[in-house]
Design a protein around this ligand. Structure first.
Ligand code: PLP
Length: 437
């Protein structure tokens, strides 16, 4: 049992000044039984250290961006260089061109790119572009996919399989929620019904093409193809939210992933990016077909701007991170480590009679405490949150840091080693044994 007295004291103090003591609700431990979250002080490679001097092996990777591990020398060098040269000019820079080119080369559906500061902004603006282009207002999204915290996407499904949305947060007018239709992921029939009903009002169908927000969930064979075909038939655009999935599974995005044989059939019109492409500094980006992107100011009538957008520090950190990811063997290595870890976790859980569903996609995976497959949000909701919370705490006390929610993924980084996997499996074996006792 690790002592975290200083974290506890800082949490008390933080709550006096920062709402809820955290600057993003997902950092709180509310979903894993509450109490003080861990206050970190320093990170290096696959590890970080808390303010009490405890070391943790990190599978959170800051909810995705830290794919090279903490303080990777190349990323650090890029950030230091940017700092020395001045962090913000409010003018164009050559670096932005280089990152845009790099992204376009990896994600060919993007003819043009625009940088913003977060995934939320990227998603929000793709919706604006889609509405400006089509002259329609409604958006179809999928239950359990998270697209950031803009009003438009903080909307939950209504009661039926494909109904107009209801606000998922206070402060969102029902009039906004009524523009969003939420349907179950991996169910083309519900999408068909929604499009039959509202098709001529739908500006875009938006989806995480590989889901990272209710665990890691692959689209069923034919789902993305069907989604794209149906959207096009209805005159709606397709928006892929690849804020998590881009550069996570391979050097490219879900839309260029080898798991999908017919990439032409799953090509989106617009793509939202974030997380990894900033190498751990704030960033977002969106891109797509040239005629759609021409809707954006200064070329077109749809407005979007940003004081910090394309700042040299984020852009140079992103370029450095992507350079590391282009090194040969990086992705196969993360995948091999994740595969061994998942096989070991499953075997250990089985041995101790703990129901566990592991969904792995390359070097990322999720662990749902349930005996059924997880292919949509409803199934993920049906996993045991209390069991997850127990496992989370047991692993934390053994120095293994998982995301504090049953819906979040485990992320491998380029810094994880075989020895780290052994240590994680040993901790998991003890944790499952304790859970079954
Ligand atoms: N889209 C997806 C798929 C995400 O997972 C997230 C954040 O987790 C976002 C959008 C929002 O990104 P940000 O937190 O950078 O605003």
């Amino acid at each position: 049992m690790k002592q975290r007295l200083r974290s506890e004291r800082l949490y008390e103090e933080a709550q006096q000044h920062i709402v809820g003591g955290v600057n993003s609700p997902s950092r709180s431990f509310k979903a894993v039984g509450g109490g003080a979250p861990v206050f970190m002080e320093r990170g290096e490679g696959a590890y970080f250290w808390d303010v009490d001097g405890n070391r943790y092996l990190d599978y959170l990777a800051a909810f995705g961006p830290i794919i090279t591990g903490h303080a990777h020398p190349k990323v650090t060098e890029a950030i230091v260089k940017a700092a020395h040269n001045g962090t913000l000019y409010g003018t164009a820079t050559e670096h932005e061109i280089r990152l845009a080119e790099t992204l376009k080369a990896a994600i060919p559906s993007m003819d043009k790119v625009r940088f913003v500061n977060s995934g939320t902004e990227a998603v929000m603006t793709t919706i604006r572009v889609a509405r400006a282009y089509t002259g329609r207002n409604k958006i179809i999204k999928f239950a359990g996919c998270y697209h950031g915290h803009a009003d438009l996407v903080l909307v939950a499904a209504g009661s039926g399989p494909s109904t107009l949305g209801i606000p998922d947060s206070a402060g969102i007018p029902p009039s906004i929620a009524s523009e969003i239709i939420t349907v179950p992921f991996n169910e083309l029939d519900s999408l068909r019904i929604a499009l039959e009903h509202w098709g001529d009002q739908v500006a875009a169908v938006m989806v995480e093409p590989i889901v990272g927000n209710f665990g890691m969930v692959m689209p069923k064979p034919g789902f993305l193809e069907g989604l794209c075909a149906m959207a096009r038939d209805a005159g709606a655009l397709v928006i892929y939210d690849e804020v998590i999935s881009a550069f996570r599974f391979h050097y490219g995005s879900a839309q260029t992933f080898s798991a999908f044989p017919d990439q032409e059939a799953i090509r989106p019109d617009l793509t939202a990016l974030g997380k990894i492409i900033g190498g751990g500094l704030p960033i977002g980006a969106y891109g797509g077909r040239a005629d759609l992107m021409a809707m954006i100011a200064p070329l077109g009538p749809a407005y979007q701007a940003g004081t910090m957008a394309g700042n040299p520090a984020s852009v140079l950190a992103g370029l450095a991170c992507l350079e590391v990811l282009r090194e040969p063997g990086v992705y196969p290595r993360m995948e091999a480590l994740a595969a061994r870890l998942c096989a070991g976790l499953q075997a250990s859980a089985n041995k101790h009679g703990v129901p566990l569903t592991v969904n792995r996609i390359a070097g990322a995976f999720s662990t749902h405490f349930c005996g059924h497959p997880v292919t949509n949000y409803e199934e993920a909701q049906g996993s045991d949150g209390e069991q997850f919370a127990r496992f989370f705490r047991l692993m934390l006390d053994r120095g293994i840091y998982l995301a504090p929610s049953k819906y979040e993924a485990w992320f491998l980084t380029t810094s994880h080693t075989e020895a780290d996997i052994d240590a994680t499996l040993a901790a998991a074996e003890e944790s499952f044994r304790e859970m079954s006792a």
